[in-house]
Design a protein around this ligand. Structure first.
Ligand code: ATP
Length: 453
């Protein structure tokens, strides 16, 4: 099903990302490198919060999952066995008019006639297969024997280390191995901001099981992953589960769900949850000659485990988080006049900065000193930002725009000048409701921590 696209909305998001330091074009001062992105001071915080939360719920909070961190440079035999060297390709077509390289599925179809989406030309080449892997050479010799690849997915290093990890972790089936890391694909046409990049990060779990558990675990992990998106604040109404039909699934997969999100540029895949049977381990066992079997103590059987794989993109999830959080509303400025407020409504758990701390006036030494005390109190517990410049309303707006969920203002009441019972209290402002309440400085750590964990 198609959903309306909103180019203007997307442009606002891309501009905000650059203006406030979430995401920049890589190598920008040299004209940019297509398909590569740099995360700025706020982007890197958002990304870390996402990865840490995924790691927490996938590894730390579970008995049955351990982690690993594999190499990016990959032996060619690994990717020959997995099928990537032979078959990890997209059909590519060239436009003879504007010379664009296009993926077959990007062509416009007008009454059965294919056209170039850039210039409208019908003068197109035949489709040919284009391998998406980045090839490189390891060591001084640049010949056949030195070829290596930048990994196109994190999963293969998990399969290749299956036996080592099984031995050291002493896990029993079902159990999983999780990994977060970079992957590289020489995409024919990177586009839609960070959505389709050539360098990106994945969060992958390979959950090994007995063959008879595969289908049930596929359902289980689909539900777990939907819950994850809920827990990071992505609107459930914009998420869709697509049961990938037989003809689109990899031949070895017995079931695959795509979790899709309604981006401003259309509904697109965020994550794939696939039951990959015993394909990967069998292939590596065959090619390496090393046993990758599991020995079941109880039944005394040896067999190759099956696997269910939830595979999510870090960058796509970041983009979904930003698109989902972006909002504009009307709010009074310092003089009470209504103005448009741009706000990123990140879940506090994901927000790059948890709390802005402001002395009401910057030229009052007591207010500044007290505000800095609050900074020192909170800093060991969360990422905070101190700001003393400009009217207080402006300072709130600057934090709203980057998604800071809480603002603390140190004012004359804090100093106990008017009402001694209010000494050492501050105003705590909520980003979304813009409501303010008085709270004791001593209660700040526990109150805020409860919101951000
Ligand atoms: P697509 O069909 O969009 O190319 P895919 O089905 O090839 O994606 P998978 O191989 O299943 O993707 O990879 C798992 C996840 O890795 C994807 O759901 C996505 O979040 C992320 N991912 C894959 N390719 C890219 C890319 N080029 N840029 C950013 N993220 C990507």
């Amino acid at each position: 099903m198609s959903v309306p696209t909103d180019q203007q909305h997307m442009e606002k998001i891309v501009n905000l990302c650059k203006r406030r330091g979430f995401i920049f074009q890589a190598s920008e001062i040299y004209g940019g490198l297509n398909g590569a992105w740099d995360y700025g001071p706020l982007g890197v915080e958002l990304k870390r919060n996402l990865k840490n939360y995924w790691w927490r719920v996938t590894v730390h909070e579970r008995e049955d999952v351990v982690g690993m961190d594999g190499a990016i440079l990959t032996h060619p035999d690994v990717l020959k066995a997995s099928g990537h060297v032979e078959g990890f390709s997209d059909p590519m077509i060239d436009c003879r008019s504007c010379k664009a390289h296009l993926r077959l599925d990007q062509l416009i179809d007008k009454k059965g006639v294919k056209q170039c989406p850039n210039c409208g030309s019908k003068d197109l080449t035949e489709a040919r297969q284009f391998n998406l892997m980045f090839e490189t050479h390891v060591g001084a010799a640049a010949d056949e024997s030195s070829i290596a690849y930048l990994r196109p997915e994190t999963a293969q290093s998990i399969f290749v280390q299956f036996k080592n990890i099984l031995e050291v972790s002493r896990k029993k089936l079902p159990f999983g191995i999780a990994q977060i890391g970079k992957a590289f694909r020489n995409e024919i046409n990177p586009r839609n901001f960070t959505f389709r990049s050539r360098e990106f990060e994945q969060m992958e779990l390979e959950y090994f099981c007995r063959p008879e558990q595969g289908m049930e675990l596929l359902e289980y992990w689909k539900e777990e992953r939907l819950k994850f998106y809920d827990d990071i604040g992505i609107s459930r109404s914009k998420l869709h589960v697509r049961n990938v039909p037989d003809e689109e699934r990899a031949f070895y997969s017995k079931g695959t769900y795509d979790i899709e999100y309604d981006f401003p540029f259309g509904r697109q895949e965020l994550e794939g949850v696939a039951y990959r049977t015993d394909y990967d381990l069998s292939q590596h066992q065959k090619a390496s000659g090393k046993s990758l079997e599991y020995f079941d103590d109880e039944t005394k059987q040896r067999f190759i485990p099956h696997v269910v794989e939830p595979s999510a993109g870090v960058d796509r999830t970041i983009l979904a988080l930003i698109c989902d959080a972006y909002g504009e509303d009307q709010a009074p400025d310092d003089k009470g006049k209504m103005e448009t407020r741009v706000v990123l409504r990140f879940h506090p758990r994901l927000a790059p900065i948890k709390c802005g701390i402001f002395p009401l006036l910057k030229n009052n030494a007591q207010l500044v000193a007290k505000a800095k005390e609050v900074v020192a109190l909170l800093r060991p517990h969360m990422h905070v930002f101190y700001d003393e410049s400009g009217a207080i309303g402006r300072r709130y707006r600057r934090q709203d725009e980057i998604g800071t969920p809480f603002g603390i203002t140190v004012d004359f009441e804090t100093l106990g000048e008017k009402d001694p019972t209010l000494r050492d209290t501050v105003t705590l402002r909520d980003r979304d409701s813009m409501k303010q309440r008085r709270i004791a400085i001593g209660a700040l750590v526990s109150t805020l921590r409860a919101e951000i964990i």
